[in-house]
Ligand binder design. Structure first.
Ligand code: G3P
Length: 228
């Protein structure tokens, strides 16, 4: 696995939040770098495609793309070419995020294309069954996120602990090399600590950091909880 990424891992998904585009994406990546240096916890960000190069140029924070399309060079107007994402300096990509859902065929094709170009693959799933279904594609990481909890502030680790532990168990019994993250509703250090206790090797978080009054203090709180 790409050495810029270590576990436990915190991935901050910037989505299309107004607080996290353009210069603000660069600023959040700088915050992630500072918090990571201070705590020793690996923190990555996933900005919008248009912001990838400016974020990568300005920080050592590892960067994931939010999406790739399983296309090749040529006649694919409007698609996101895996080679272009790798060329931008991204370490990896999210695949089939709940807000950019793909069918199983396209997930498999995207994992393959990402692997071909050297991008780490984080496949997002909404259920334990889906985790089981995508594990044979051998992505580096599977992230379990119940969609109904996304953006609610009600953490998956408290509201649906069985989904987190169930995904860890299901995925790792099929392939112990796949790391499992969890996400949805994570807003506190306690939520991160509970996720890790349930067997997740990190978290995927968005609004809890991006929309926090003080994203630096919030991210610090989340990262410090990794060693609780
Ligand atoms: O990708 C992370 C995400 O879907 C979770 O969102 O806002 O609940 O942390 P949020």
């Amino acid at each position: 696995m790409e050495s810029k990424i270590k576990f436990p891992l915190i991935v901050v998904n910037l989505k299309t939040y107004v607080e996290a585009m353009g210069e603000r994406a660069v600023k959040l990546a700088a915050i992630a770098e500072t918090v990571s240096k201070r705590t020793g916890v690996c923190i990555a960000v996933a900005p919008q495609t248009v912001d990838l190069r400016s974020v990568i140029a300005s920080t050592k924070t590892p960067v994931f793309s939010q999406h790739i399309d399983s296309v090749g060079y040529g006649k694919y107007t409007g698609h996101t070419l895996p080679e272009a994402i790798a060329d931008s300096g991204c370490v990896g990509t999210l695949i089939s995020h709940s807000e950019r859902r793909l069918g199983l065929d396209l997930i498999e094709a995207s994992v393959e294309r990402a692997r071909e170009v050297g991008l780490l693959q984080v496949v997002c799933v909404d259920t334990v069954e889906k985790g089981r279904a995508v594990a044979p594609f051998k992505p580096n990481i599977i992230a379990i996120e119940p969609p109904e909890l996304i953006g609610t502030g009600t953490p998956v680790s408290k509201a649906r602990p069985e989904v987190v532990s169930g995904a860890v168990e299901a995925v790792q019994s099929l392939d112990p090399n796949i790391k499992v993250l969890c996400g949805a509703g994570i807003t506190s250090g306690e939520d991160v600590a509970s996720a890790l206790k349930l067997g997740a090797e990190g978290v995927l978080v968005a609004s809890g950091v991006v929309k926090a009054d003080d994203p630096y203090s919030k991210l610090l709180e989340l990262a410090e909880a990794v060693s609780l």
